[in-house]
Design a protein around this ligand. Sequence first.
Ligand code: FMN
Length: 112
Amino acid sequence: MIPVITAAVAPSRYTFECLTKGAKEFTINIPSDKTENAINITGSMSGKNTDKFKQANLEIIPGKRTKVPTIKDCILSYECKIIHECESGSMASHRLFIGEILAAYASNEIIK
Ligand SMILES: Cc1cc2nc3c(=O)[nH]c(=O)nc-3n(C[C@H](O)[C@H](O)[C@H](O)COP(=O)(O)O)c2cc1C
């Protein structure tokens, strides 16, 4: 069994364009107290015309196993390679991107 995680993304998102036309990789980053306010910006603005990292004051860390970065000061980050895609069906008009977790990083905050 390989470790996987699924991201559900609507076709209208710029993220969708990145996932389907880009490197076929993504990272999942769980915010900490330090980065949680960024969700208001990253979850409401589109990266199509805006540098959301800059707007949300987020720093990136180059991926070690992927070409895509992780986000600094998160409690948990996964670097993933897309191994399968499918439609979500009647649940919502999202596509499910199933990523094999190639690397995982956790902060001491959740390890201790
Ligand atoms: C808490 C939260 C969770 C969200 N989860 C999803 C999600 O699972 N899939 C999705 O497509 N959009 C989700 N959204 C909406 C997108 O984050 C939002 O439309 C964003 O502006 C898209 O940016 P993009 O165009 O750069 O991809 C969520 C928003 C918030 C605030």
